[in-house]
Design a protein around this ligand. Structure first.
Ligand SMILES: NC(=O)c1ccc[n+]([C@@H]2O[C@H](COP(=O)([O-])OP(=O)(O)OC[C@H]3O[C@@H](n4cnc5c(N)ncnc54)[C@H](O)[C@@H]3O)[C@@H](O)[C@H]2O)c1
Length: 319
């Protein structure tokens, strides 16, 4: 089998490449506009391709002979909100072109796609399961909802074999802090691990759903192997995730790092965790603009090939 990962240099792409390279899956193509590095100790041939998947010739060439595509390239929430046109061209037009190029292939490929819980929004029930109506409140969430519908329709027509996971916030992103919503949550774990202070722009009681890149990649791998007959009326489903408050995340992180218990208490500045009330003074909004819906539990009702064993906060730091 020939497997293509688009967005292979990203947080989830790198983890997915690592998982697939350990399987004897045939061969792997890692595509990204930034050069991706083949996973160490890969047991299969790995080819790296650099280019923009929105470029028709590049995308057509990438797809030649491919049986399975993991489409993980996107403009994330903050950038899509800041630049509507760019977000549309990568997240919507890029996907539409990919689907049309799949039509040209002799066999419909499997298409694994990373959607987001940002496809949900507005007033939501306490538990947001797979079938809650998608009423996104951001451009990024709207792009994801459009993508889910298009992949369902292309699957219904037998042009691709689509499989879509709605991911919660995926932790832990390495590298310098960025403006991404998920990165501000990731900073709660990443910065103290690096021995740095972190100022949290979230209220301690803000509840959100999270998972690790490791669990997301494992779930994608399982989803790729599920029999097509096992799906219901849609190929989109939530990734069952951990529901946690910002305060709980910081506390468990401190416990995992064996910090003194006070490191996670909100009233006591320590080396690792400044009090939450300082966020405003540091120029950060007191409340991060988390798209509505992110603070709810998101179980999957599909008896799930992607359900993972109970996740613990400490697991989230395992990437
Ligand atoms: N990280 C999260 O918390 C999260 C949550 C929900 C959904 N998702 C979705 O999961 C997928 C992967 O997310 P991630 O966190 O790994 O993102 P990321 O930004 O870390 O990685 C995306 C990769 O795609 C590449 N890319 C972007 N546009 C490209 C283009 N036009 N051509 C080629 N490569 C391009 C980037 O260079 C980057 O390496 C995305 O679809 C994202 O929307 C992520």
């Amino acid at each position: 089998m020939r497997v293509l990962i688009i967005g292979a240099n990203g947080l989830i792409g790198r983890q997915t490449a690592r998982h697939l390279a350990e399987e004897e899956c045939g061969s792997l193509i890692l595509a990204d506009c930034v050069p991706a590095t083949p996973p160490a100790g890969a047991r299969i041939p790995v080819e790296c391709r650099v280019g923009d998947f929105c470029d028709t010739d590049f995308a057509r060439d990438l797809l030649q002979g491919v049986d399975c595509v993991f489409h993980l390239a996107a403009l994330l929430a903050t950038e899509s909100e800041a630049d509507l046109r760019r977000g549309m061209s990568v997240n919507v037009a890029g996907l539409m072109q990919l689907l049309m190029l799949c039509e040209e292939l002799p066999r419909p490929p499997k298409l694994l796609y990373a959607s987001s819980v940002a496809a949900f929004g507005g007033p939501l029930p306490e538990t947001v399961d797979d079938d809650v109506a998608r009423t996104p409140q951001t451009s990024y969430g709207t792009h994801k909802a459009i993508a889910e519908l298009l992949i369902d329709d292309y699957t219904r027509r037998g042009l691709v074999d689509g499989r879509v996971l709605r991911l919660p916030i995926v932790l832990v992103r390495n590298g310098p802090p960025s403006n991404a919503v998920s990165d501000r949550v990731a900073a709660l774990i990443r910065e103290p691990v690096m021995g740095k202070d972190v100022t949290c722009g979230l209220r301690p009681e803000t509840r959100m759903s999270i998972t690790s890149a490791h669990h997301a990649a494992t779930a994608f791998q399982r989803l790729a192997s599920v029999d097509a007959a096992a799906f219901r009326h849609t190929r989109a489903m939530n990734l069952p995730s951990l529901s946690v408050t910002a305060a709980e995340l910081a506390e468990r992180r401190s416990a995992a790092l064996r910090c003194r218990p006070k490191a996670a208490s909100f009233g006591h500045p320590t080396r690792h965790c400044r009090p939450w009330s300082m966020a405003g003074r540091a120029g950060l909004p007191r409340r991060m603009p988390v798209p509505s819906g992110w603070g709810r539990e998101t179980p999957s009702t599909t008896s799930s090939p992607v359900s993972s064993p109970r996740t613990d906060c400490a697991d989230v730091a395992d990437t």
